[in-house]
Write a protein that binds this ligand. Structure first.
Ligand code: M6R
Length: 363
């Protein structure tokens, strides 16, 4: 049932404020304390986290790496499952292996999990389907409570994965003595503000539709971001490829001059994800390099960011201002909606894009 929406993807995008609130309710007490399902996880015995996944779940892991490293000072490796399983990497002592999968049935992710069984100290999974194979073979299961996701393009599962992984990074920071109570309270309140700021972001549809018309004409699209926006740039590019069949690539903004800027001309839209954070000026200077080569910039930022750097952009998308750490969860909305409106403009099959399956249970 599409609940009045044209596509399951639109419905699932719109559900995000509700399902994130649901997910938060399972991991945060009324007093703002973090609670994990049994048997829990004490990060004082963890020296390294190895995260493995495919597709969108992999980009959730890449985002979480920034959180675990910056907030909890815990070293993290992230791998795509199909590489990890055949590379057979050494698993150092005191490593926890963490697998992220919406379906819990992805063949490569399951094989990577089995490789870690007996090598890592423990197997943790972040899944949407608690009865899945990946969940059954884990020592600790962290459900994301997103509800059934029908659209092949993963949307609400991504933001729920991020929400749960962020809470896990906060838990790691507390266990490792890297976070005081006041800072934890600030992060928890940032999380709790998400359902309402996501609802606001979902209303900013007009600018997204305008930008999508530009994207729909393009053969190639670049997505740029730094820090927490870098994995999100990948997620935006993946969404666009999957459902609109437009070639899209993501780069860390700082990589632009190491090659991809050679692609830029007036036919190449460049989506820049840049909240007004500590790296904003750096990203803006990369954006100006794009503009100087007549690239059509679609700048996604907040009020202050757009006031400082919005001039000259082909389109701007304004999002609410939120604390830096939670920006990936908010900026996922335009990543999803830009792809969605582009696909609708092109008339492709949004929910069942060609050649793709919802769950990749064979290699
Ligand atoms: O069920 P999983 O999360 O393990 O699936 C992983 C990928 O197949 C999945 O995220 C895929 O990339 C999506 N179609 C992305 O929208």
């Amino acid at each position: 049932d599409k609940a009045g929406h044209k596509h399951f993807m639109a419905k699932e995008i719109a559900e995000q404020p509700t399902v994130i609130a649901e997910a938060l309710g399972h991991y945060l007490s009324a007093e703002g304390e973090i609670s994990l399902p049994e048997p829990g996880l004490d990060f004082t015995s963890v020296d390294r986290l190895t995260m493995v996944a495919c597709g969108t779940a992999y980009y959730a892991c890449l985002t979480a790496k920034y959180w675990f490293e910056q907030i909890a000072r815990l070293p993290v490796d992230v791998d795509v499952a199909s590489e990890f399983r055949y590379r057979e990497p050494p698993v150092p002592a005191r490593t926890t292996a963490l697998f992220v999968s919406q379906s819990g049935e992805t063949a490569d992710t399951l094989a990577a999990l089995r490789y870690c069984n007996g090598r890592a100290d423990r197997i943790v999974s972040v899944v949407n389907v608690p009865e899945s194979s990946i969940a059954r073979e884990s020592d600790l299961v962290l459900p994301i409570h997103a509800g059934v996701e029908v659209g092949v393009a993963s949307t609400k599962a991504f933001t729920c994965q991020l929400s749960v992984l962020f809470i896990l990074a906060l838990k790691a920071a507390c266990d490792r003595g890297e976070m005081d109570a006041a800072t934890l309270a600030d992060h928890v309140s940032a999380l709790r503000s998400l359902p309402s700021v996501l609802s606001t972001a979902l209303e900013a549809n007009q600018e997204m539709q305008k930008a999508a018309l530009k994207l729909a004409e393009a053969r190639d699209v670049l997505f740029l971001g730094r820090g927490l926006m870098y994995p999100l740039a990948h997620e935006g590019a993946l969404k666009l490829k999957e459902i609109s069949y437009i070639h899209a690539e993501a780069y860390a903004s700082g990589e632009l001059k190491h090659g991809p800027i050679a692609l830029v001309d007036k036919t190449v839209p460049v989506v820049v994800m840049a909240p007004r954070d500590a790296l904003f000026d750096k990203t803006v200077s990369n954006m100006q390099e794009v503009m100087a080569r007549k690239g059509r910039v679609i700048l996604v930022s907040d009020k202050q960011g757009l006031a400082e750097a919005g001039d000259g952009a082909f389109a701007t998308i304004e999002l609410p201002t939120v604390p830096d750490a939670v920006t990936p969860i908010l900026y996922a909305i335009p990543a999803q909606l830009l792809a969605y409106h582009t696909a609708v403009a092109k008339g492709t099959d949004v929910d069942q894009p060609r050649n793709l399956a919802k769950s990749v249970t064979v290699e």
